[in-house]
Design a protein around this ligand. Structure first.
Ligand code: NAD
Ligand code: GLY
Length: 361
């Protein structure tokens, strides 16, 4: 069953195609988009071992000339140094203005490939084939591309939209379970910030922590509704002038925790889960949403097997200090995304350090 979602943007709209076995249709899907003849396929050894050959076969069958660039696996390699490897491969293989870079991997590969595509020859075509749940529902859509600076995550980047996002849910079968749960944190996020029906659907599922045990059809529904939520928000505010910031629900405290634990103890979605629980408690303290809503969100996060409290040894004052360095700080005030009802959030810079201390205790 093929589901198609359009990301409607003023300069370049594109399609998110979601279907089992879609990976084998990659070449055919790209063919009508006028993407040149040469493809630079960027991946990492983990993903390439599983899906590289199939990706190359479908591209070759559609007439593309494919060269591969395999980068090391891991967030620690999301750097300008690694981007240089993509540029070097592009140079050696004469990747031209009309050529296309294809990202086959999780969010790390997607963000780096997008950034390389945005900057190589001042911008060439780029296609996202996300293979982690987090990349499928979030990172591959909306055009945020970039790399980390040694002093901070995602500090270097560009808004640069893909020409196509192709999602094959079957590739999730090889995704480590912990990575699946981390992706589910972003799915729950959409339920809270935008799509109350998605939230209710997740609540009805007897379990959410293992891909294999999801009720039939739920995975496709999760992908479609999450991608639709992201497409809706990005279409309204492509460059994050306002609304798009709501996608950072759970990320304010989440990022501080990731940064303080050296990006090693927790993976991104786990930190976001803890951040969503903290934001929910803040909203509760400020009388912005109901205890019942807080309890429902907490139950859903726990059912997904995600952490809900701070990892041991983390100082609350260190979190408060780190929040001041957040990219979302505006005029010295930390901005929080706070829930007001299931499916609705608001942006607030009125959260006092005392409230943060209270909810994190
Ligand atoms: P990741 O890319 O590191 O992937 C997680 C792990 O899963 C990796 O080891 C990867 O090799 C492996 N993997 C991926 N797909 C697999 C598959 N099908 N089978 C087996 N293994 C597989 O991490 P992620 O969670 O996908 O993405 C996190 C990154 O995304 C971060 O760098 C974050 O900043 C970025 N991000 C970007 C956006 C955006 O809007 N651009 C949004 C959210 C996150
Ligand atoms: N993941 C946040 C955004 O795309 O804006």
């Amino acid at each position: 069953m093929l589901s198609t979602i359009r990301v409607s943007l003023p300069q370049q709209s594109y399609e998110i195609a979601i279907a089992p076995q879609a990976l084998d249709e990659l070449g055919a899907k790209m063919q009508p988009l006028n993407l040149g003849k040469k493809v630079l396929l960027v991946s990492n050894p983990t993903v390439f071992e599983h899906y590289g050959e199939r990706a190359i076969a479908t591209l070759a069958a559609a007439g593309f000339e494919v060269v591969s660039c395999i980068l090391p696996d891991g967030e620690q390699y999301k750097s300008l140094q690694t981007i240089q490897t993509i540029y070097d491969t592009a140079l050696e293989n004469r990747i031209e203005r009309s050529s296309t870079m294809v990202a086959l991997g999780g969010g790390v590969i997607g963000d780096m490939t997008g950034f390389a595509a945005a900057t190589w020859l001042r911008g060439i075509n780029f296609v996202q084939v996300p293979t982690s749940l987090l990349a499928m529902v979030d990172a591959s859509i909306g055009g945020k591309t970039g790399v980390n600076h040694p002093q901070g995550k995602n500090l270097i980047g560009a808004f640069y939209q893909p020409r196509l996002v192709l999602i094959d849910p079957l590739v999730l079968e090889t995704l480590p379970p912990r990575e699946f749960r981390a992706g589910m944190a972003e799915v729950i996020k959409y339920g809270v910030i935008w799509d109350a029906d998605l939230f209710a659907q997740l609540e009805r599922s007897p379990q959410l922590d293992r891909l294999q045990d999801l009720p039939a059809g739920l995975l496709q529904e999760i992908l479609v509704r999450s991608c639709q939520s992201k497409a809706d928000v990005v279409a309204k505010d492509e460059k994050e002038a306002g609304l798009r910031a709501i996608l950072n629900y759970g990320h304010t405290i989440g990022h501080a925790i990731e940064s303080l634990t050296g990006y090693e103890t927790l993976i991104h979605g786990e930190a976001v889960a803890i951040g969503m629980v903290a934001a929910s408690r803040i909203a509760l303290e400020m009388g912005m949403w109901l205890p019942e809503c807080h309890a429902r969100q907490l139950a859903l996060i726990e059912k997904t097997g995600l952490p809900v409290g701070l990892p041991p040894g983390l100082e609350i004052e260190a979190i408060i200090d780190t929040l001041k360095l957040d990219k979302k700080v505006k005029a010295g005030r930390v901005r929080f995304i706070l829930p007001t009802d299931l499916g609705t959030v608001t942006i607030s810079d009125r959260v006092s350090p005392d409230i943060i201390r209270k909810v994190l205790l």
